[in-house]
Ligand binder design. Structure first.
Ligand code: HEC
Ligand code: HEC
Ligand code: HEC
Ligand code: HEC
Ligand code: HEC
Length: 448
């Protein structure tokens, strides 16, 4: 029998991101991504709109993506406001270094800054040139890119056509998973590892097969990079992930419908659930053992991945008797809209069967804010990994079968309670619960 419920603790790693200033009373600096003095000039960068004049499809796709939303995102802004207060603004550059590498390196993020005062290029978040002016990677986490605004436009076209707008240069880095790691792997100032899709990818079956992040998150298609240009294999710039922009008006209603459908498609089947009774027939009054197996279908990283402490992924199991009455449930929603545990004993009792992660403080209490956490406890499934939960469902002697049991893996981008705690109640209704996978079984009940 496999381990029923493994808890993986991400061991805090040493952090090279604090410039020695982990003392919260000191301003936090880092020569590369949180410099004392600006290392680039904001007016050295072009707005995405200008690129869109020639690269129309790339611009259209980017403008609905999380990258374009990174600085507008009300959830990000709410988190930043709490951290600003917590550190008196001394660590403001920390959260901004990846959400706006240009603004942070360009000197816009000063202690106590306000979003309303920022320049348009800073508010473009992860805009075209925050990726295409990357000259090299110094570390595969915490905004590890070196930006060179005066350099050529870098991408993976080996022999780019001459453009009147900019010089172009082939860059193998842009086709490599480590390029994404520069922003997608995140360590808190304390060293606590918060996000590590690249860390998970290293050593995964996808990595062994040479499949990079781009291979799934920037699907290929045939077309032209510019009108009238040569035929090319291009890469989608929509970066579909697990969430849609909660802020209304950021995308049109039509774009939102299409994004919701894309997110559903990405999530559907990214994990698989299987429910099976230990015995197909049980005497009424005895305990029914149900084996619930969940398997990560993604060969590249955990399910879930990224900001797993914000995301919710859990298993719902509902068992009904012959008359259709619910006799056991775990993972159904309580009055606050949060998944609840079962009332029985064993896994799923009290606490739901979570697949995400939680942040825990020194007293062992779950916390919402990463800077209060001393430990990151994850239940995520490893690439192609599986886990088995054994649920014990008590029956009464009067119970009549057959029992029918349904298991589902469910996913939601944020917890409603977390959004309410951040004062973002208005977005709760826009959250969607996605069914990732579903399975069903039944058990005969014999007379006692
Ligand atoms: C290493 C780069 C990096 C740093 C530093 C960083 N973030 Fe992020 N942040 C990301 C990435 C990448 C994502 C998307 C991850 C995902 O969706 O799984 C993200 C997503 C988020 C989200 C969820 C957004 C949504 O709408 O889904 C919030 C909230 C957030 N970050 C807040 C913060 C705060 C607060 C800080 C400072 C403590 C911070 N970030 C520092 C890279 C970073
Ligand atoms: C006047 C039109 C024009 C504008 C404006 C323009 N580009 Fe280009 N760009 C081109 C052409 C032409 C190519 C070459 C395409 C080809 O070879 O298929 C190109 C190629 C590229 C490449 C591929 C480089 C490589 O070697 O892989 C990238 C990346 C790129 N542009 C990004 C941008 C960004 C970002 C902006 C805005 C700052 C921008 N471009 C603005 C015309 C333009
Ligand atoms: C300059 C930093 C940066 C780079 C480089 C970067 N990202 Fe991101 N990415 C972010 C941030 C920040 C967010 C989250 C923005 C938000 O929602 O607030 C994000 C969001 C995403 C999302 C959406 C996540 C979700 O749940 O909706 C996907 C998918 C993604 N990135 C994939 C990639 C891939 C693949 C690469 C490499 C080709 C890459 N990113 C490179 C910073 C970056
Ligand atoms: C084999 C295809 C595949 C590859 C390769 C891949 N991903 Fe994913 N990724 C997925 C699928 C499927 C999901 C949706 C399920 C999930 O959220 O775990 C996803 C989700 C994500 C999300 C959204 C997570 C969230 O909940 O916010 C991010 C961010 C992400 N991937 C980043 C990366 C990065 C970075 C790499 C490279 C190191 C990468 N992915 C490689 C398939 C892939
Ligand atoms: C998060 C980083 C990121 C951002 C933001 C981004 N790109 Fe790209 N872009 C890439 C990567 C990575 C590739 C190459 C993908 C590969 O080869 O696997 C690419 C490829 C390209 C190419 C070459 C043709 C192709 O499709 O491969 C062009 C042109 C381009 N991008 C233009 C843009 C424009 C214009 C914007 C803004 C509207 C933009 N990009 C925003 C990462 C980014």
């Amino acid at each position: 029998m496999k381990t029923l419920y493994t808890i993986l603790t991400l061991i805090p790693l040493a952090c090279a991101c604090g410039g020695g200033a982990s003392d919260p009373d000191e301003l936090l600096f880092d020569a590369l991504s949180m410099p004392r003095e600006p290392t680039v000039a904001l007016d050295g960068f072009a707005s995405a709109e200008q690129c869109g004049l020639c690269h129309e499809a790339h611009y259209r796709e980017w403008s609905t993506s999380g990258h374009a939303y990174a600085m507008i995102d009300p959830v990000f802004r709410a988190f930043v406001a709490v951290r600003q207060e917590h550190y008196g603004g001394k660590q403001d550059m920390f959260c901004l270094q990846c959400h706006s590498p240009i603004g942070t390196r360009g000197g816009e993020i000063v202690p106590g800054f306000e979003f309303a005062d920022l320049q348009p290029i800073t508010l473009e978040g992860v805009t075209c040139e925050s990726c295409h002016k990357v000259a090299s990677l110094a570390r595969p986490y915490n905004s590890g890119h070196l930006l060179d605004p005066d350099g050529p436009m870098r991408g993976t076209i080996t022999a780019p056509a001459v453009s009147g707008a900019h010089e172009s240069q082939f860059s193998p880095l842009h086709g490599d998973a480590s390029f994404c790691a520069g922003c997608h792997d995140l360590r808190e100032v304390s060293g606590l590892v918060l996000e590590r899709p690249y860390g998970e990818w290293q050593g995964s079956p996808a990595a062994a097969a040479g499949v990079q992040c781009q291979g799934c998150h920037m699907p290929r298609y045939e077309g032209q990079a510019v009108a009238g240009g040569p035929a090319r294999t291009l890469h989608r710039h929509a970066w579909i992930g697990a969430g849609i922009p909660l802020l209304e008006g950021f995308v049109t209603a039509e774009e939102e419908a299409s994004l919701r459908a894309e997110v559903k498609r990405l999530l559907a089947g990214s994990a698989r659930v299987d429910i099976m009774p230990a015995a197909t027939s049980v005497r009424a009054g005895e305990v029914v053992d149900l084996l619930v197996t969940v398997e990560n279908n993604i060969s590249a990283h955990n399910f879930p991945t990224g900001s797993t402490f914000n995301r919710q992924a859990w298993i719902e199991v509902v068992v009904r008797d012959g008359a259709g009455r619910i006799v056991f449930a775990t993972g159904t929603l309580d009055a606050d809209g949060e998944p609840r545990g079962s009332s029985g004993a064993g896994p799923g009792a009290g606490e739901p069967l979570r697949l995400g992660s939680i942040l825990v403080d020194a007293r062992g209490e779950p916390v919402l804010f990463p800077w209060r956490a001393t430990e990151h406890v994850s239940n995520a499934l490893e690439p192609l990994g599986e886990r088995v939960f054994r649920l014990r469902v008590p029956t009464t002697r009067a119970a009549r079968g057959p029992l029918s049991a349904e298991a589902r893996v469910l996913f939601r981008a944020f917890s409603p309670t977390a959004l309410r705690a951040l004062g973002l109640d208005e977005y709760v209704a826009r959250l969607e619960i996605h069914e990732v996978s579903r399975d069903h079984t039944s058990v005969e009940l014999r007379a006692p």
